[in-house]
Design a protein around this ligand. Structure first.
Ligand code: ADP
Length: 325
């Protein structure tokens, strides 16, 4: 009731933000507050039944300090990994039906992206992240369909660091620099020269993901440092063939690990770190512009403004998972 005023005041913005109808879905997950965690400038004031979130800036008391966001759904601090995945699950079937799907987490370092996508370090079955669950489903469903469609799958993994795309799965670990196709191909693969490794199970993909992560760490002082300053895109390329008609079917699942979205002006960095941060800011804002254009159903979608949006071009229309706090 207290917030009906805020909601009414924000009605205009509410309408402008749009429901993000169509193929893009935006979820918000709020991770638990940790004991001893520094209080933030912004606090969550209200969570609505239908995905409304009101946040308040404590340094601006009153109405000006309040902002309303609208998500497809909000997962609170008590939401389980299984609950979060149940909203993603239908998209996995879409990949096997021949669509390109992209799932990623956006947020500052520490906001819970890795927890949601991968799971905690010593994950048990209950707290497996979206990635494991998605892969298990992909292989399970493809097996169940094998009397009508035979599927073959391959994996690519690339890193985007300072607006350069590098191969993370070449057999010699050379991290070759790669070019991106300017127009999306029928197979949906924007980086055709990235190594493609055949896979038959979730553990095959996980092994390759580990190999990719190790390659990503080369030249960096610590894996964590580098990984939060570059984006990585793992693509599971699915080729199906109808047993009776021989008709082909192509789909891709992109699992994206985005660099942290923290603002560079606050971190006061210089030199290499500044250059990295500027590249990250640029690519994340290009991603925001593309998503906004898609949500508005604009005719022109500015994919060309960053390597990240070019790599994901064929799949950004389908899905998005966002983490906010
Ligand atoms: P990021 O990848 O965005 O930098 P992490 O996923 O590493 O953030 O999360 C930061 C910390 O918060 C980790 O210790 C993680 O285990 C914990 N955490 C994040 N989300 C949750 C959650 N929903 N429930 C419990 N712990 C969480």
């Amino acid at each position: 009731e207290n917030y009906s005023v805020v909601l009414a005041e924000n009605r205009k913005m509410f309408n402008e933000i749009q429901d993000l109808k169509g193929n893009i879905r935006v979820y918000c997950r709020i991770r638990p507050f940790f004991p001893g965690q520094k209080e933030k400038r912004t606090t969550i004031e209200y969570i609505g039944e239908n995905g409304e979130l009101v946040v308040a800036n404590r340094s601006k008391p009153g109405k000006e300090g309040h902002r309303l966001f609208k998500f497809n759904k909000i997962f609170g601090p008590d939401a389980t990994q299984a609950e979060v995945f149940s909203d993603v699950q239908p998209l996995i079937r879409s990949v096997l039906d021949g669509y390109n799907v992209c799932i990623f987490a956006y947020g500052q370092t520490g906001s819970g992206k890795t927890y949601t996508m991968t799971g905690p370090n010593s994950a048990t079955k209950e707290n497996w992240g979206v990635n494991y669950r998605a892969l298990n489903d992909l292989f399970d469903i493809s097996q169940r369909r094998r009397s009508s469609i035979i599927y073959e799958m391959g994996v690519q993994m690339v890193e985007i660091y300072n607006e350069q795309v590098r191969d993370l799965l070449s057999n010699d670990g050379s991290q070759k620099k790669l070019g991106i196709l300017s127009h999306s191909q029928p197979n949906g693969l924007a980086v055709p020269d990235a190594s493609m490794q055949p896979v038959k199970s979730t553990s095959d993909v996980m092994d390759l993901m580990d190999m990719g992560l190790r390659n990503r760490a080369v030249g960096a002082t610590a894996l964590n440092e580098r990984s939060s300053r570059s984006h990585s895109v793992l693509t599971i390329h699915v080729v199906g063939r109808d047993v009776k008609t021989g008709a082909p079917l192509l789909g891709n699942l992109h699992l994206v690990d985005l660099a942290g979205s923290e603002r560079v002006d606050r971190s006061e960095v210089v030199g290499d770190r500044l250059r990295e941060a500027q590249h990250i800011n640029k690519s994340l804002s290009a991603l925001g512009d593309v998503i906004f254009a898609l949500a508005q159903k604009n005719l022109h979608v500015p994919y060309r403004n960053s390597k990240l949006t070019q790599v994901l071009q064929s799949s950004l229309g389908i899905s998005l998972l966002v983490i906010f706090f």
